[in-house]
Ligand binder design. Structure first.
Ligand SMILES: [Cu+2]
Length: 148
């Protein structure tokens, strides 16, 4: 008798805790996103240095626009500064073909060396998504790399 009661009550309590935890995480992520997005929106940078640090936060790349030289190797340091949120860096060439796909867990960074042989506008974005919320790209996490 007693063990039957426990069997029905315990799973209910577990799912409630899980759900409350999930709601907390969603609210936390949403709350953190507003301040940073406003601070860092539409930053632009022109570089000839051959090396670019791109900071990733919820939901913005900083800088979100940069100009680089055609045919010259560039080093991208992708730095995910989010506390909890994983991001990715997807880069498409001017004809829309994916040329780089990098997953960066929260708090980590990665380095990628690229040589962009074709001039034009390359777009980059993050397509991560939490549950039913819009993708990070739809939240504003996108930018462009101008190759000339
Ligand atoms: Cu993202």
């Amino acid at each position: 008798m007693i063990s039957n009661e426990r069997r029905t009550i315990w799973p209910h309590s577990y799912y409630t805790q899980f759900f409350v935890g999930l709601v907390f995480l969603i609210i936390f992520e949403k709350a953190m996103s507003t301040a940073t997005a406003e601070e860092l929106l539409s930053q632009s940078e022109v570089t000839n240095a051959g090396s670019i640090v791109i900071s990733m936060e919820s939901y913005v790349f900083s800088p979100s626009e940069m100009t680089v030289n055609v045919g010259r190797p560039i080093t991208l340091l992708l730095d995910n500064q989010s506390f909890l949120v994983p991001h990715n860096f997807l880069l498409d060439d001017p004809s829309g073909v994916r040329i780089l796909e990098a997953d960066i867990p929260s708090g980590e960074s990665q380095t990628h060396v690229l040589t962009l042989a074709e001039p034009g506008i390359y777009s980059f974005y993050c397509d991560k998504q939490l549950l039913f919320f819009p993708t990070h790209r739809e939240e504003g996490m996108e930018g462009r790399l101008i190759v000339q």
